[in-house]
Design a protein around this ligand. Structure first.
Ligand code: IVH
Length: 662
């Protein structure tokens, strides 16, 4: 066997291994860029040495397989992948091959999970994953739990409509989940894929974690009288299907290149991960003639951005302790410029990753910023080692409270078990308690939480309500007026809805979604506390993990004392608000758009709920009122179109009687 044949065999094995981890297990060990470069090396070798090529290898098919967990769905029109190009020459060659001069539509390439959605007479009836391109997995029930998948289209088109797009997790959701849960995902794509491909008994996590979708392909567009990709995007938008706003019609390849460079840095502001630009021939009436290979269309191509990389020294590995006690190693780097910003920290995910990459303190490392906000260490420059590098060991005691660290057999994470008094957990817990989803106490940020805990004056959450004005002045070195404001904010927070309190407690795995299911079901604290595990898990949307966690929380004496305190202080302990006799907004659904001037949207929603009404994030025929603040956008237009009553912020306040607003 010559070296080429043996390298090719090696690449076949490597790619097979990594593709399995990526597509089937949703847990890759190498980055997408590294995977792409293996595939490129193989493609090159296959071109030069076709005699050693394996024609039926997976790189010649669409990736992914079909999981037994789900029923199978046949894709009438195969769900194809895209060919990749990595620079403008390759791009020009690609379109040269089909002798096309444009116009083209450039869209951001979303790094998510491809899905197909089918609507019958405007009603969502089936959703599936790509699978092997011909047969996918039926994930209809799970997609029902994704808010941004419309269950009903606007101006319902008759007959069958199929659209395709990408399910994703926003960076905000991804970071929140990784910070506060025992479950650690490598990146948002894996988090999205892992979340969507849930068994029926576990699908409560879908609503809890929060997924999003963008559509980019209207199947059989011409049947709807749509002849260009641009019109297809507009058509989908007008029927209520979310499409990205980052796209443009480009007249020439020069325009395309300009779009590519413009978005190279701007894409970091999108809030979700994109790894390239998809360039499609705008005139879709020509797509069928141009045709496809077995795995990708010839009328579209993906331009992949190069990852941003730099070399620097790893100065230290610090341990951060999260709200639920999970220990996460963080790399402290010699500052280096990367992707437009100065970088001095990198994520290390967990101890296994440090071990696998053999990362030692003192090493020269290659850091890469993919679209993720936190950069990661790709590998170590082993050759430049001096012998003074120090291997990392996960501490056996908590760096914040010295408790012995535990690692549960079925958990990858290391944890500090001292929930009651570990200062690091208290800081995080207090910060979460005061956050918007919790008691929404303005003026209490991370710095102040650290001071409060360090002072020893706050040992449990309720203590912040018992501090004197002099305590605040002393702690914060602030003026009387500011201290008074904090006290007023604290007082105000006591009347937040019951669901905010349950969220604010920071019960592991209970976010605002689960908290709202719990409060709606039990109605008050007493019923919630008395419930046994099976009562809790019988709630639609609450699974065994949350049930166990909630049950355990209310079996703990310290927690019970805390709840008693809150109750004595006059917090809302039920969903009914006794001070408001009327549930005057019962049955009404409100949608807020634009900026409100007298309160935040969270507060406005809380108000609606406390008067028995509901809020929704998008306008539909069920919406009762759209409250339009300043600079309201598409929701306003949509409401006008549907003939929904649009009211001003003042009219909204009048409606609920501003006198009684807290
Ligand atoms: S168009 C017939 N547009 O990238 C192919 N795909 O690597 C239609 N993707 O399979 C695909 N963003 O899952 C298209 N704006 C976009 C996309 C996009 C992400 C995914 C899609 C595709 C994969 C190929």
């Amino acid at each position: 066997m010559n070296i080429f044949e043996s390298r090719m065999n090696e690449l076949y094995a490597l790619i097979e291994h990594h593709a399995g981890l990526y597509y089937d297990k949703d847990s890759p060990e190498i980055s997408d860029a590294e995977y792409d470069s293996l595939v490129r090396e193989l493609n090159e070798l296959e071109r030069n040495y076709p005699q050693y090529a394996r024609k039926d290898f997976l790189t010649h098919k669409v990736g992914g397989s079909v999981n037994e967990l789900f029923a199978k769905v046949n894709h009438d029109v195969p769900m194809l992948s895209l060919d990749n190009v990595f620079d403008s020459d390759e791009l020009a060659k690609f379109f040269g091959r089909i002798d096309s001069t444009g116009p083209f539509v450039c869209e951001m390439k979303i790094d998510g999970l491809a899905v197909s959605l089918i609507y019958e007479n405007g009603i969502f009836v089936q959703g599936s994953t790509r699978g092997n391109g011909h047969v996918g997995e039926d994930v209809t029930e799970n997609l029902m739990l994704v808010d941004s998948v419309p269950k009903k289209l606007i101006n319902a088109p008759s007959g069958k409509i199929e659209v395709r797009g990408e399910v994703l997790m926003t960076l905000e959701r991804f970071n929140a989940i990784n910070q506060n849960s025992t479950k650690q995902f490598a990146n948002p794509r894996n988090a999205a894929a892992g979340t969507l491909r849930q068994s029926a008994k576990n699908n409560h996590v879908i609503a809890e974690r929060g997924l999003d979708v963008f559509l980019y392909y209207l199947v059989n567009a011409q049947a709807q009288g749509v002849n260009t990709q641009n019109d297809a995007l507009v058509w989908m938008h007008e029927h209520g299907l979310p499409v990205q706003s980052a796209y443009r019609v480009c007249e020439s390849l020069d325009d395309v290149n300009e779009f590519i460079s413009q978005w190279q840095n701007e894409r970091y502001k999108l809030g979700y991960i994109t790894d390239g630009v998809v360039i499609k021939l705008n005139d879709l009436t020509r797509w069928a003639d141009i045709g496809s290979t077995s795995h990708a269309p010839r009328w579209a191509v993906a331009y992949k951005y190069p990852p941003e990389e730099a070399r620097t020294r790893l100065l230290d590995i610090k341990i951060s302790v999260g709200r639920t006690g999970v220990l996460t190693p963080v790399a402290i780097l010699e500052p280096v410029r990367l992707g437009g910003t100065q970088v001095q920290r990198a994520g290390l995910h967990n101890a296994d990753e440090i071990e696998r990459k053999d990362i030692r303190v003192g090493d020269m490392v290659r850091v890469r910023k993919a679209a993720e906000i936190i950069p990661e260490i790709v590998d170590v420059d082993v050759d430049s080692r001096t012998g003074n590098e120090v291997k990392f060991m996960m501490p056996s005691r908590c760096p914040a409270c010295d408790s012995e660290i535990v690692r549960l057999p079925n958990e990858a994470a290391y944890r500090c078990p001292n929930r009651a008094s570990c200062p690091a957990q208290l800081v995080e817990g207090l910060k979460y308690f005061a956050s918007r989803a919790g008691m929404n106490i303005k003026g209490i940020g991370k710095k102040l939480c650290e001071k409060l805990i360090a002072s020893g004056k706050v040992k449990r959450l309720s203590d912040i309500y018992e501090l004197e004005i002099s305590d605040w002045i002393e702690l914060e070195k602030i003026a009387d007026k500011t201290a008074e404001n904090i006290l007023a904010e604290l007082e105000l927070s006591k009347s937040r809805p019951f669901v905010n309190l349950i969220t604010a407690l920071g019960i592991p795995d209970v976010g605002s979604g689960a908290a709202s299911l719990l409060t709606e079901h039990f109605g008050n604290l007493d019923a919630m506390m008395k419930a046994d595990e099976s009562d809790i898990s019988s709630i639609d949307g609450i699974g065994p993990v949350i049930a166990k966690s909630v049950h355990e929380f209310f079996r703990n004496d310290e927690n019970m004392k805390l709840m008693k305190k809150f109750s004595d202080m006059g917090f809302m302990m039920s969903i009914e608000n006794p001070s408001r006799e009327v549930r005057k907004l019962e049955g009404k659904i409100f949608v807020f758009t634009g900026a409100l001037s007298s309160m935040t949207r969270e507060k406005a929603s809380a108000l609606v709920k406390s008067f028995g009404g509901k809020t929704a994030s998008s306008v539909s025929s069920k919406t009762s009122y759209v409250v339009a603040g300043e600079n309201s956008g598409s929701k306003f237009t949509k409401a006008e179109k549907l003939g929904i009553k649009i009211i001003s912020e003042q009219e909204f306040l009048d409606m609920i009687d501003s006198e009684s607003i807290i």
